[in-house]
Design a protein around this ligand. Structure first.
Ligand code: OGA
Ligand code: NI
Length: 341
């Protein structure tokens, strides 16, 4: 059984050796909140200010790979309820959570619910662990894996079902703006895209200078929509880690590696990590929108002045196994798919 941090019987005074990450990856300053990443008012996206919103979004994705959205259409009550449900889930008795726990099976091809602590397999030596528990399952439109979702708290499936429907709508709005910003046809992303809930729980940690909630990585999916309420998320900009300040009621949106490929290198996919803190546990609700099976530079963007910089690939079969084997090495998982100029 996976050794869930949130199931340890006692609060620890020290970080167990397995959870102390190697020196070079330790956060030098775990609590710095830097300049603010762009905040986009999506309420304006349906009116005459839409072109301005498109520009703001493109600029944010080019410069930071991240932005926050407000007036996004997902109700405050539903966001609060979802957060409550997840906090309750992670505080269930150990034996109950154990029924979902599998050993670090971070395999995004599967849809059934799984719960694990996050191993950091990219180091040369022994296995290290990050300071987080993860609950993961698909939330596809077909609802096929819903029977595997937790049934405790008893309202889990109802609340998270509504939440994933609402966040799916939000993802369509955002992807519509991305398509417009890139100059692609309006329906470019308008397909039934895969959707996963990936919910992180980072318990308070006795010594944040020795741990990371999750190490630096780029996301493997199209876009990620995160709900957070406690600080901890940082992104790498100009070789410096800067904090993503939680704004009540907002979502954090970031672009994954496939967006870089589809935009033929125009839009960044930025590395990010999570630091821990001594006083508060942190739960972040991630909705991962996944690409259609084939990912490649959008044809409408290509021409003599813009030759393809990436080969097309099958996301599930070719990219994901490679990504999982090179996890946390930032952009390295795109290397085999690059076309040399
Ligand atoms: C992730 C991730 C950030 C967070 O799960 O890929 O980057 O805030 N999470 O928990
Ligand atoms: Ni991530």
């Amino acid at each position: 059984m996976a050794d869930l941090i949130s199931s340890w019987p006692n609060k620890l005074d020290a970080v167990p050796p397995k959870y102390c990450i190697p020196m070079h990856e330790r956060p030098a300053d775990p609590v710095q909140i830097g300049e603010r990443i762009p905040v986009i008012d999506l309420g304006k996206a349906m009116g005459e200010e839409r072109p301005v919103v498109v520009q703001e979004l493109m600029k944010a994705f080019e410069e930071y790979g991240f932005f926050q959205v407000i007036n996004h259409g997902v109700s405050d009550d539903l966001m609060k309820e979802a957060m409550k449900v997840y906090k309750e889930f992670f505080s269930l008795p150990a034996e109950e959570k154990a029924s979902y726990a599998k050993d670090a099976a971070n395999n995004t091809a599967r849809g059934a619910a799984t719960l694990y602590t996050s191993s950091a397999k990219h180091y040369d030596s022994e296995e290290h662990r990050y300071w987080r528990d993860v609950l993961e399952h698909s939330a596809n439109l077909d609802g096929k894996d819903k029977v595997t979702w937790p049934d405790n708290p008893p309202r889990y499936r109802e609340v998270i079902g509504s939440y994933s429907d609402e966040v799916r709508k939000l993802s369509k709005i955002i992807l519509g703006l991305v398509a417009e910003g890139l100059g692609l046809e309006a329906g470019f992303f308008d397909k039934e895209l895969g959707q996963r809930m990936l919910v992180n729980h980072y318990p308070a940690c006795p010594d944040p200078s020795l741990t990371l909630g999750v190490g630096g990585h780029c996301d493997p999916n199209l876009i990620t929509i995160i709900q957070q309420e406690v600080y901890g998320l940082q992104l790498l900009k100009d070789d410096k880690w800067i904090g993503v300040d939680p704004i009540p009621g907002a979502f954090v949106v970031n672009s994954g590696l496939p967006i870089t490929v589809i935009s033929n290198g125009k839009l960044a996919s930025v590395a990010h990590r999570v630091v821990t803190n001594t006083t508060h546990s942190r739960t972040s609700i991630g909705t991962f929108i996944c690409p259609d099976d084939i990912v490649g530079p959008a044809k409408a963007l290509l021409g003599p002045d813009n030759p393809p910089r990436f080969k097309s690939f099958k996301w599930g079969e070719e990219f994901m196994p490679h990504y999982l084997s090179k996890k946390s090495v930032y952009h390295a998982s795109l290397e085999p798919f690059k076309i040399d100029a």
